[in-house]
Design a binder for this molecule. Sequence first.
Ligand SMILES: [Zn+2]
Length: 218
Amino acid sequence: MSMLNVPKSVLKLLLSRQLKWIEGKINLLNTSNFITPVEFFEYYTKFIKERGNKKDVDEYYLSGWVAGYVITKNLMQTYKLKTPQDRYITAMNFLEVGGYGNYKTIEFRPGVRSHFFYLTNPLPLKFFPSKEPVCDFIRGISAGGGTWVHKKIVNSIELKCAAVNGKYCEFINFCFDDKKTIKGYNKLITNQFYKYRDILEFERNHIKKKKEKEISVS
Ligand SMILES: [Zn+2]
C-alpha cells in the first residue's frame, strides 16, 4: 500500500477487521475504546470554559493529544504507512470515519505543517453561536495524530471555529520547529496555550517514556 493512501471506504473495511468486541471491551487497533456521545465532550468543554482556568484548557488539550497519539501510532503501524502523504490522508480519513466531520486540506508540508478545514464537526456546532473557538480537545487529538504523520512533535492552533461561524473550523498543525507558524501566529499560540513550553515538555517526556525512536523531539 505504499504510495497509496487508504481511501475512506477501504479504511472502513480494514478497520472492521481491527475492530473487535471482546468480553465487554471494544478493541480498535489494539486500543480500548468507549463509544461516547458528543454530549460528554460538550459537557466537559463547557465545564472548562466556565471555570475559566487556562491551565485546565492545556490539560484538556493534552488529554486529546495523548489519545490521538496512541490511536494514530497503531493506525500507522498496522498499515505500514511509509510516506508522510500516506500517513496524513489515512489519519485524516480515520478522523472522518471516527465522526469528526469532513476535512479539506489547504496546505500539507511534510515535517513542517498541515493546514486544513473541518466541516460539519458536531462538537463545535453545539456551541454555535459562540464568541470564541471551543475545539481544544479536537486540536489536541489532531496534534497527537499529526505527531505520527510528521514524525516530529506537533501541536495545533485553531484559526476559525464552527462554534463562531456556524460552518467550519480551520486548524494549523505545526511541528515544534516550524518557525514560520510559530512566528506568524505567535499571538494565537499564546492565546490558545497557557504554557506552550510545558506542553512541549509533557510531549517530549511522553515520547521518551514510550521509548519512541521514530519521533523527533528536538
Ligand atoms: Zn472549532
